[in-house]
Design a protein around this ligand. Structure first.
Ligand SMILES: Cc1cc2nc3c(=O)[nH]c(=O)nc-3n(C[C@H](O)[C@H](O)[C@H](O)COP(=O)(O)O)c2cc1C
Length: 192
């Protein structure tokens, strides 16, 4: 699969078939996350692979999202912010979240490449999930990903915004790539 196809075809899936994914493929997707850009080249993420149905049940409960129970695996991305705030005291916290997002997108595109589906879970009771998974308070839970084979009808995909209403050139709210006078001048054959 071409990377551009993976970008356009990836979609959140909230209904999984009974087929169990090969955990090795999930490990490979986690490996892909490790190629993401990281401030100072410092990889600040930990990942947990959960396959215990009892734990998955607890995760579903504390996320208030029943469909998570259908997944045979849940992946959790966890940041160690201090690894980034130590060298970058002013920006470390935001860098840590930004690079988690970059790594997660690699992970999502890799899953897409191998035909696995997931849904980014950001709504969960952090305190409760932390307890269930025995994660120390020094670490930040970024997001959870129930993983399986899709049992949904593929959705028609489209970009989430109209690029031309969200891109400015050189200055905030300048929609035009070139100065209007220049374009008009060309139309009338003037040389500037
Ligand atoms: C930070 C973040 C948190 C999210 N949390 C949830 C969530 O808790 N539950 C859920 O069903 N989807 C969640 N989503 C998935 C979005 O709802 C989904 O990406 C959006 O509807 C667009 O659909 P798509 O992923 O198919 O493009 C989250 C996505 C992001 C980026």
């Amino acid at each position: 699969m071409e990377v551009l196809d993976a970008i356009e075809e990836r979609a959140s899936v909230r209904r999984f078939s009974k087929k169990k994914p090969d955990w090795r493929q999930i490990m490979e997707a986690i490996h892909s996350a490790q190629y993401a850009p990281m401030a100072g080249g410092i990889f600040s993420l930990y990942t947990m692979l959960i396959d215990d149905p009892k734990l998955i049940e607890q995760i579903a409960k504390w996320s208030e999202q029943e469909f998570i129970n259908q997944a045979k695996y849940v992946v959790v991305f966890i940041s160690d912010e201090t690894l980034v705030t130590t060298p970058f005291p002013d920006y470390g916290e935001i860098f840590s979240h930004q690079q988690a997002g970059a790594a997660i997108q690699n992970f999502l595109l890799h899953l897409e490449e191998v035909g696995l589906s997931t849904c980014w879970i950001g709504h969960f009771n952090e305190e409760k999930v932390r307890k269930v998974l025995k994660i120390d308070e020094d670490y930040t839970l970024e997001a959870l990903f129930p993983i399986g084979y899709s049992d949904e009808k593929p959705k028609k995909r489209k970009a989430k915004s109209d690029l031309y209403h969200r891109i400015y050139f050189n200055q905030w709210e300048n929609y035009r790539m070139k100065k209007i006078e220049k374009i008009e001048a060309r139309r009338y054959g003037n040389k500037l």
